[in-house]
Design a protein around this ligand. Structure first.
Ligand code: C5J
Length: 235
C-alpha cells in the first residue's frame, strides 16, 4: 500500500486497483469557438490544466495504471438531449448548432473530441456521456468493476460541473476519488477554489484533494520509477 500526500489526509492506494479518470478534456470546453465559449466563458482558464494533466497521464501510462476518458456530448439526432439542457440560457449558438469546430457537443464533430495533447491511446476506453456525471447513462461503472478498480485519480474540466458531479457519483458508488487540483480547471477562479474545498471538507465528505507533483512522487515510490519530469529538472 502506497500513500499520496493529500487533504484531508493521506490517500492510500494500490496501483493495480487505481484508475486515472480524465474528464471531458474536449476542444468544445478548452478552446475558443466551442460550447464553453458560446456560454460566454474565457476558455484560456481551462487550458492551464492541460500540461499537468499530460504529465499525470504519461506517468500513469508508464506505470501501467488503467486510464479511462470521458466526453460530454450527444447523438447527432440529439435524441438524448433533454429540452431542459438544450433550451437553458441565452447562448447565441446552442448544442447541435454549427460552431467554429463543428456542431457543438455532438459526437463525431471536431470540437467534441479530446485535445491532441491528451488524446486516448489503444486500450484506454472513452466513455461518451450525455450528462454532467460520468456514471449517468454510461457503462463506466461496469468497466471499472470489470477491471476491479476501487479508486480513482481525477483530472478534467470543469471542476465544479462535470468533475464535481462525477466525483459525487463515484463516492455514492463506493469508489475513493482523489482530485488533482492543478489538473482540473474552472472558468471561474472562485468556483475552482470552493469546489476543491467542498470535496475535502468534513473529513473528505466525497473525496480527497492533492496535486500532480505529490501524486507523481507517490506513484514513483509505489512503482519504483523516476518521478515524471525528474529528468527535465536536472542540469
Ligand atoms: C460543463 C463540463 N461545464 N464538462 N461541462 O458544461 O464540466
Amino acid at each position: 500500500m502506497a500513500t499520496i500526500d493529500a487533504e484531508p489526509y493521506g490517500f492510500e492506494f494500490e496501483p493495480a486497483t487505481l484508475a486515472l479518470l480524465m474528464i471531458d478534456f474536449q476542444r468544445d470546453f478548452v478552446y475558443p469557438g466551442g460550447f464553453g465559449e458560446s456560454l460566454g466563458n474565457d476558455t484560456s482558464l481551462l487550458l492551464k490544466a492541460v500540461p499537468a494533466a499530460k504529465r499525470v497521464l504519461e506517468a500513469c501510462r508508464a506505470a501501467g495504471i488503467f486510464v479511462i476518458h470521458t466526453r460530454e456530448g450527444h447523438r447527432s439526432d440529439l435524441s438524448d438531449l433533454p429540452p431542459s439542457k438544450l433550451n437553458r440560457g441565452s447562448a447565441p449558438i446552442r448544442i447541435g448548432e454549427e460552431g467554429a469546430m463543428g456542431r457543438l457537443l455532438v459526437r463525431g464533430s471536431y470540437g467534441h473530441d479530446i485535445v491532441d495533447e491528451l488524446a486516448p491511446i489503444a486500450g484506454e476506453p472513452v466513455v461518451d456521456k450525455p450528462g454532467k456525471g460520468a456514471f449517468y447513462a454510461t457503462d463506466l461503472d461496469a468497466i471499472l468493476k470489470m477491471k476491479a478498480i476501487r479508486q480513482l485519480v481525477v483530472c478534467g474540466v470543469t471542476t465544479e460541473v462535470c468533475v464535481h458531479t462525477s466525483v459525487r457519483e463515484a463516492n455514492d458508488r463506493g469508489y475513493d476519488a482523489l482530485v488533482l487540483s492543478d489538473c482540473v480547471a474552472s472558468y471561474f477562479p472562485e468556483f475552482q477554489r470552493v469546489a476543491l474545498e467542498m470535496i475535502k471538507a468534513q473529513g473528505g465528505i466525497f473525496g480527497w484533494v492533492s496535486d500532480s507533483e505529490r501524486f507523481l512522487r507517490a506513484l514513483a515510490t509505489a512503482t519504483g520509477r523516476e518521478p515524471a519530469g525528474a529528468g527535465a529538472a536536472v542540469g
